[in-house]
Design a protein around this ligand. Sequence first.
Ligand code: GLN
Length: 221
Amino acid sequence: MNNEAIKIAYLYEDLMNTYGDSGDVKILQFLLKKQDYQTQVDNISLGDPFDAFNYDFVFFGGGQDFEQTVIAQDLQRHQKTLERYINSGHPMLGICGGYQLIGTYYKTSSGTTIKGLDILPFHTVFKADNRMIGDTYYTTQWGDVRAFENHSGQTYFDDSQLQPLGKMITGYGNNPQDGVEGLHYRNFIGSYSHGPILKNLNIAQAIMQMILSWHGKRLAD
Ligand code: GLN
């Protein structure tokens, strides 16, 4: 057994947990256990202190507009630590509502605008006439992914340098026009994929490699 547990921060686990996204964390725990690593998962909820650099992986799951509104203000306390963590190449996965809030803003179904963390230059707007729901199938640098999406927010990149996670074969992904899914920046992955996405073991293995590499460095520091 490896001595030091892999530490996972689960942002607002009690509020942002739509469509079984907690399965992503469970799959990583299972795969890490098979490699003899113990894991510790901390729920970082409203009012909790949080330093991303104490963790090997940060997970931020999906949530409905209501939950996103509930956490929006509290989340801003973590802007600096998450910005430094993501920009210095540490592993994080944001799904749907959690992905949306890494960008500049999300304009919700009620017309209110939730301020995002403004870490990466993209924004999301609610469109009532076209809820994007159904199975998705897309290609990524790690191979094909099959998942499920359910969102009204349409995400648009505001900088042409941003790279998507994948190219759509079936389904919508970020929005109905661009034919791309999610975002991949350094070791941050944002995605609309529930299912959970990490049932696609190619993506789970890629994230595991990121986690183990950062875990080694974190302990050496
Ligand atoms: N509330 C967001 C939307 O509808 C995210 C939904 C989700 O996380 N599944 O776009």
